[in-house]
Write a new protein. Structure first.
Length: 186
C-alpha cells in the first residue's frame, strides 16, 4: 500500500467495493478527519485533516479505517487523504488476526474515544493503550490500537482491566486485535 510519496493512515481500505460505487458527487464544504499518520522510519502522530470527499468515498473513510495519504515534507500537518486502488490494499483485518494470531493478555492503560460525533447507531470507536503479555515473548510490550468496541463490552475497557487479544508480531499495535467475546468470558 506504500509507494514513494504515499503513506498509511489509520482511518479502511475496502477499495474493491469503492471501485464499483465510485461517484463524482462531492459532499458539501468538506469533512473533518482526525487521523493517525504513520510515516516510514518515524513515530506515528495525530493531526486534523479537513478536505472534500466524494459521497461514495465517505463510506470507506470512517473511524478505524485505513486509507492512504500524501504528506507535505515541509509541514507534516498538511495531509491529503485518498483511498488506494484495489490492487494496493493489504490491510490485515481484525477477523484474520483473531482467527490466525497468537494469543496474549492485555492490561488497559488508557481508553479514549476517537469518534467524537458518535450517534449511537454503530459501536463506538476507541483508541486503546494496552500492555501485552504473551507466554512466548520475553517481556511485556505496549501497543495502541484503534478499534470499534461493542456496546456490551464497554465496561471491559476500564483502566487496569484485562483483555484477551490476538497478534501476529510484537509491534506498536498494527497486528493486534481485541477478542471481545473471549474477554467477556475471562
Amino acid at each position: 500500500m506504500r509507494t514513494r510519496a504515499e503513506k498509511r493512515v489509520d482511518a479502511r481500505a475496502a477499495a474493491e467495493r469503492r471501485a464499483a460505487t465510485r461517484g463524482a458527487e462531492v459532499a458539501g464544504p468538506g469533512l473533518e478527519f482526525w487521523v493517525r499518520v504513520q510515516l516510514e522510519g518515524r513515530h506515528a502522530y495525530e493531526t486534523r485533516v479537513r478536505q472534500r470527499v466524494s459521497v461514495a468515498d465517505q463510506e470507506w473513510m470512517q473511524p478505524g479505517d485505513i486509507v492512504c495519504c500524501r504528506v507535505d515534507p515541509g509541514d507534516h500537518d498538511r495531509v491529503v487523504l485518498y483511498l488506494p486502488a484495489p490492487e494496493e490494499t493489504s490491510r490485515t483485518n481484525i477477523a484474520k488476526i483473531l482467527a490466525d494470531g497468537r494469543r496474549a493478555r492485555a492490561t488497559v492503560l488508557a481508553a479514549t474515544p476517537v469518534a467524537a460525533d458518535y450517534t449511537g447507531r454503530d459501536d463506538p470507536v476507541l483508541r486503546l493503550d494496552l500492555e501485552l503479555h504473551a507466554w512466548d515473548e520475553p517481556g511485556p510490550w505496549r501497543v495502541r490500537v484503534v478499534q470499534p468496541v461493542p456496546l456490551s463490552a464497554m465496561e471491559l475497557v476500564d483502566l487496569g482491566r484485562h483483555l484477551e487479544v490476538a497478534f501476529f508480531t510484537v509491534d506498536r499495535g498494527e497486528s493486534v486485535a481485541v477478542d471481545w467475546a473471549a474477554s467477556r468470558e475471562s
